[in-house]
Write a protein that binds this ligand. Structure first.
Ligand code: ADP
Length: 367
């Protein structure tokens, strides 16, 4: 029977549990043996009770649960060859031949590195007599499949990642709540949202909440007088009868000199130039919290099933794969290429929806 190791790694994202549940149950239905690896790569390196065979009922209740119940971690040792060698030993000792990693591009790169070095790990482990000749021949390859769990929606070659929809919903709920208090006091709010170097969450939130202005890393404001343009846009909205002002800033937003644009700075600008009663809200970890919305449950479930299928149809020549979704079709693409494209092109080029959203912004739709 094919033994499949499952782990979640890097930042947590809503829907990771739904993915784990789907993989466990599809694996069991397809006559495989799923193994849960706790706390990401830390668990793979610790071994022992961190690597446990999963029964059908072990994932009861996972579908609707936020975060990741099997734990996640940022693991320094896994970045080193020696750390990955210990992971390789634990994988072999547990009879695992395929690994499904649910995480961001860092986690998926790490898994692909392990696979790239696999034969050298096996050689080393055989030489140091940590594994037998029989084990070395039986586990002469490792298959890797990635699922992208990331609220940032920052991987090229997929329209949306697991967690991004829930995070956006959470941001919208919070912004709606802020709007009602802002409206009562004619206040302006500057709100920082997550997304690392990707502006998808900020731009989408701006469109979904009717924000007045938005700053994202992919499209820095041009010229030296962008502060004045922002103030004019907010003033125009107020003159037209709006009682509040809302400015959204992505955590990775920068100006044209690549200097970070902070929420505090924007607040000072609005206070000084417009004399608005301005408050800053950093939404923070609430954006990662709570139960996944339907789309993340759905996406995680169908992608989990696809990951198991991909493992069962793989040969030694199949590259490490990443499961995505493009134009509503679930895809399985070479992992390396997806990560290469992510580092080369920004999301706006790789994602049609992002481009449309940028068009909406530049057509002054927001204010
Ligand atoms: P994400 O997966 O969300 O992008 P990180 O970039 O923090 O998050 O990566 C999560 C973990 O994956 C790291 O703590 C490390 O253990 C592993 N990892 C990341 N990049 C590499 C790499 N180049 N080689 C090996 N392991 C890596």
């Amino acid at each position: 029977k094919t033994r499949i190791g499952i782990l979640t790694s890097g930042g947590d994202a809503q829907g990771m549990n739904a993915a784990v549940r789907s993989i466990v149950r599809v694996a069991i239905s397809r006559n495989c043996e799923p193994f849960l690896i706790y706390d990401g790569y830390n668990g793979l390196i610790s071994g022992g009770d961190k690597i446990v065979e999963a029964k059908w009922t072990d994932v009861n209740g996972f579908l609707t649960l936020g975060g990741t119940a099997i734990g996640t971690a940022r693991c320094k040792e896994f970045r080193e060859y020696q750390g990955r060698q210990i992971a390789a030993l634990n994988i072999i000792k547990h009879g695992i031949s395929s690994l499904i990693v649910i995480g961001g591009d860092g986690s998926l790169t790490g898994a692909d590195n392990l696979r790239g070095e696999w034969s050298s790990h096996v050689d080393d482990l055989l030489k140091s007599e940590k594994i037998s000749q029989e084990e070395a021949s039986k586990y002469n390859s490792l298959m890797i499949v990635g699922l992208v769990g990331s609220i940032d929606n920052d991987l090229a070659t997929t329209d949306i990642t697991i967690g991004a929809s829930t995070s956006l919903s959470r941001i919208c709920e919070s912004l709606d709540a802020l709007q009602s208090t802002a409206s009562s006091h004619h206040r302006a709010f500057v709100v920082e949202v997550m997304g690392r170097n990707c502006g998808w969450l900020a731009l989408s939130a701006a469109i979904c909440t009717g924000a007045d202005y938005v700053f994202i890393p992919e499209d820095p404001p041009v010229g030296t007088n962008w502060e004045d343009r922002m103030c004019q846009a907010l003033k125009n909205s107020r003159d037209a009868g709006k009682r509040t002002s809302l400015v959204i800033v992505a955590e990775g937003a920068v100006d044209s000199n690549l200097k970070p644009i902070s929420a505090e700075y924007l607040k000072d600008v609005l206070t000084e130039k417009l004399n608005y009663d301005t408050r800053v809200t950093i939404l923070g970890h609430v954006q990662r919290g709570g139960s996944p919305v339907f789309y993340d449950r759905y996406l995680a479930s169908v992608q989990g099933a696809e990951a198991v299928s991909a493992i069962l149809s793989a040969t030694n020549e199949t590259p490490s794969l990443v499961i995505g979704i493009l134009e509503n079709k679930i895809t399985a693409q070479p992992l390396k290429e997806a990560i290469r494209l992510t580092s080369l092109v920004s999301k706006e080029i790789s994602n049609k929806n992002f481009t449309r959203a940028l068009e909406l912004r530049s057509s002054s739709f927001l204010n």
